[in-house]
Design a protein around this ligand. Structure first.
Ligand code: CP3
Length: 343
C-alpha cells in the first residue's frame, strides 16, 4: 500500500474524520501560473504539452509546490478520449477546442474505436507514473474523464457552444445513435479510468460540464445512466461526480455509487445537503469570481461556505475552474483561508 503524507482529501472523500478541510481547485494546473505559461511556451502548444509526459507531469505538480493544494490533478483534457476513439481535435488560441470531423450518422459511430488506453492514451498513463514518482507521497493524485454526455456534445457539435443545439437535436431526433455513441464513450471511459488508477490515480472525477443544458428528463435518460455505469465499474478508488448546472438532478445523484458530489455556486449548500443526503461528501462551490475581490472579501466568502458545508464530509473547491486571469496571490488567499480554518 502506498503511504501518503497528506491523505486528507481521500479521507474526506470516504467520509472519514479529518483534522482540517482539504482544498484543491479545478483548473489549478493552468494559465493562472506564470510557471505554467513558461512550460506551455516551451512546449509550443496545448496539445504538445498534454502529450509530452515529462512536461504534463511538471505542470501537474506546479500547483502543489506553488499554491499548497492538498491534491494534484493530472494535467490533460477531457477531449483526449474522443481523440483516442478516432476524432482528433485542435486547440484554437482564444477560441477553444475544434473537431474538424464530427459524428453525424450511425456509420460514424460504428467507425469509432473503443481503444486500449495503454495504447492510445499511453501519454496520460506515462505522465501519471512520472507524477507519482515526483510527488513521492506528498499528496494524492486525482485522475479524471469527461462524462459521456459532455463528450457527446463536443463530438457532435464539433466545438464549444452556448446551447449545444446540434448535440441536443441528436438527442431529440436520433435516439438510437445517441445511445450507441454514449455507450461507446462509456466503455472507453471505464477502461481509461481503470488505467489511470492502475498507474497511481488515488481518486477520479467525472466532469459533466454541460449537464445544465438538459431538461431533468433528458438528464435522466442521456447522462445519469452512463455516469452510473462508470460509478458502478470503478470500485478501486473514490469517485467524484461534478455535473455543472444539474441542480435538478441532485436527489438522483445522491443515489449514485460514488463518494463525492461536486456543486457549482448556483446550488444552495443546505438544500444540496438535504437533497443528496448524508452518505456523500460534497465538494465546491465558491464562485470563481470571488477571487477577483479583495483579500478580506475572499476570506469572508471562504469562511461562509465552510460554515455552511461543515468541516467533515467536505472538500473545499471552486464551483467551476479558476479563470485564467485570476491573481495567484488571491488563489493562495482562498487556499490558506481553508487550511487555517478552525486551527
Ligand atoms: O483541472 C486541472 O487543472 C487539470 C487540467 C484540465 C484541463 N482541462 C486543462 C486545460 C481539466 C480537468 C480539463 C477539463 C476540461 N476540458 C473540461 C471539463 C471541466 C470544465 O472546465 O468544465 C472541459 C469542458 C474541457 C474542454 C476544454 N479544454 C475547453 C472548452 C478548453 C478551452 C477553454 C479554455 O479554458 O481555454 C480547453 C483548454 C484547456 N484545458 C486549457 C487547459 C489548461 C487551456 C489551454 C491552454 O493552456 O492553452
Amino acid at each position: 500500500m502506498e503511504h501518503l503524507q497528506n491523505d486528507l482529501l481521500l479521507r474526506a472523500a470516504r467520509g472519514e474524520q479529518v483534522e482540517r478541510v482539504p482544498v484543491w481547485m479545478m483548473r489549478q494546473a493552468g494559465r493562472i501560473l506564470a510557471e505554467y505559461r513558461a512550460v506551455r511556451a516551451k512546449a509550443g502548444s496545448f496539445i504538445k504539452l498534454a502529450t509530452t509526459p515529462e512536461l504534463a507531469a511538471e505542470v501537474t505538480i506546479q500547483p502543489v509546490d506553488i499554491l499548497g493544494v492538498d491534491a494534484a490533478i493530472i494535467f490533460s483534457d477531457i477531449l483526449v478520449v474522443p481523440e483516442a476513439m478516432g476524432l482528433p481535435y485542435i486547440m484554437e488560441e482564444k477560441v477553444g477546442p475544434i473537431f474538424p470531423t464530427t459524428i453525424q450518422s450511425m456509420a460514424d459511430v460504428e467507425q469509432l474505436l473503443v481503444p486500449d488506453p495503454h495504447e492510445k492514451l499511453a501519454y496520460v498513463i506515462d505522465a501519471i507514473k512520472i507524477v507519482k514518482q515526483e510527488l513521492n507521497g506528498r499528496v494524492p493524485l486525482i485522475g479524471f474523464a469527461g462524462a459521456p454526455f459532455t463528450l457527446l456534445c463536443y463530438m457532435i457539435e464539433g466545438k464549444g457552444s452556448k446551447t449545444f443545439s446540434k448535440a441536443k437535436k441528436a438527442l431529440y431526433s436520433e435516439e438510437v445513435l445517441s445511445h450507441a455513441l454514449l455507450q461507446k464513450i462509456t466503455d472507453t471511459t471505464i477502461a481509461y479510468l481503470k488505467a489511470q488508477i492502475a498507474a497511481g490515480a488515488n481518486i477520479v472525477q467525472i466532469f459533466d460540464s454541460w449537464a445544465g443544458i438538459l431538461s431533468p428528463e433528458q438528464y435522466r435518460t442521456y447522462s445519469l445512466p452512463y455516469i452510473a455505469q462508470i460509478c458502478d465499474a470503478i470500485t478501486e478508488v473514490p469517485v467524484t461526480v461534478f455535473a455543472k448546472g444539474a441542480f435538478f438532478a441532485r436527489e438522483d445523484m445522491g443515489k449514485l455509487n460514488c463518494e463525492t458530489i461536486g456543486l457549482d455556486w448556483n446550488m444552495d449548500i443546505a438544500e444540496s445537503r438535504r437533497l443528496i443526503g448524508n452518505s456523500k461528501t460534497l465538494q465546491g462551490n465558491l464562485d470563481p469570481c470571488v477571487l477577483y475581490a479583495s483579500y478580506d472579501e475572499i476570506k469572508k466568502h471562504t469562511i461562509t461556505i465552510i460554515e455552511q458545508f461543515g468541516t467533515q464530509r467536505y472538500i473545499a473547491n471552486l464551483g467551476h475552474g479558476v479563470y485564467p486571469d485570476t491573481d495567484p496571490d488571491k488563489v493562495k488567499c482562498f487556499i490558506d483561508t481553508v487550511k487555517g480554518y478552525g486551527l
